[in-house]
Write a protein that binds this ligand. Structure first.
Ligand SMILES: O=P(O)(O)OC[C@H]1O[C@](O)(CO)[C@@H](O)[C@@H]1O
Length: 256
């Protein structure tokens, strides 16, 4: 596990954008796995800036989003379809038919999950997956539980996640209770993963992800088994990581 600690959210977001840009430069037809939530917003802004300066070309890129709420239409401002179009896709030259986001409004949700998983396989898998993390350690919408989903499935959101995500909705009651999410194996099959985390409220989950025992109660801890994972953190999110867990050849503590 490579750990990069940046001064703050802005520098972390710039670095995340540079990692994506280098992936696309090296492989213009990359399959990118993308995340939503508050954390990647500034990364998307940086990528749009780079695109406008002619530094990146998204025309051959294909994207797969991690998750989507059940029951929200694409035009609902709280859906992840809307989030991605509004915050990213509408401002770059990606081809619409190369964008993949689970349809949380599909008539047959189980079929939708199976087809989503197959479309990732057919595309040859994900080259670079971007992840955020919930303060309970969830990745995608894979919530802490005794058993975790392997493949893309319908998931029930925990009270904690509903409360955390209610900041984007008019009221807590409006937050959907279910979502479609890539499973843990879907995520772990990606060639490279970068996980972004900013702020004190992520520090405990980050500590457990980096150095805790691997447990389905902290879904992100399973990332310890991945051969090419980079944790891109700001100082607050990294504040509970012990010094000795930073001392490996791979780790780069750029803020100190
Ligand atoms: O970046 P935020 O808003 O803290 O969200 C953390 C995680 O929770 C989610 O909103 C739900 O999966 C993710 O999209 C995100 O990675």
């Amino acid at each position: 596990m490579r750990i990069i600690i940046e001064k703050d959210y802005q520098t972390l977001s710039k670095k995340a954008a540079l990692i994506l840009a280098s992936q696309i430069t090296l492989k213009p037809n990359s399959n990118l796995g993308l995340a939503t939530g508050g954390t990647p917003l500034a990364m998307y802004k940086n990528l749009i800036k780079m695109y406008k300066k002619d530094e990146i070309d998204f025309s051959k890129v294909q994207t797969f989003n991690l998750d989507e709420y059940c029951g929200l239409s694409e035009s609902n401002p709280n859906s992840y379809h809307y989030y991605m179009n509004h915050n990213f896709f509408n401002q770059i030259n990606i081809k619409k038919d190369r964008i993949n986001i689970p349809n949380g409004n599909a008539k047959n949700l189980n079929k939708e999950c199976r087809e989503y998983e197959n479309s990732i396989k057919k595309a040859g898998g994900i080259d670079l997956q971007v992840l955020g993390i919930g303060s309970n350690g969830h990745i995608g919408f894979n919530e802490p539980a005794k058993n975790l989903n392997v493949n893309t499935e319908i998931v029930k959101l925990t009270k904690e996640t509903i409360t955390a995500n209610s900041r984007f909705f008019e009221s807590k009651a409006d937050v959907p209770k279910r979502a479609i999410s890539m499973g843990i194996a879907t995520i772990l099959k990606s060639n490279r993963i970068i996980l972004l985390a900013s702020g004190k409220n992520k520090a405990e989950a980050i500590k457990k992800t980096v150095s805790g025992k691997i447990s389905t109660q902290i879904p992100a801890s399973l990332l310890q088994t991945h051969p090419n994972i980079t944790m891109l953190l700001d100082q607050e999110a990294a504040s509970l990581i012990k010094e000795e867990d930073l001392e490996t050849d791979f780790n780069c503590d750029s803020a100190k």
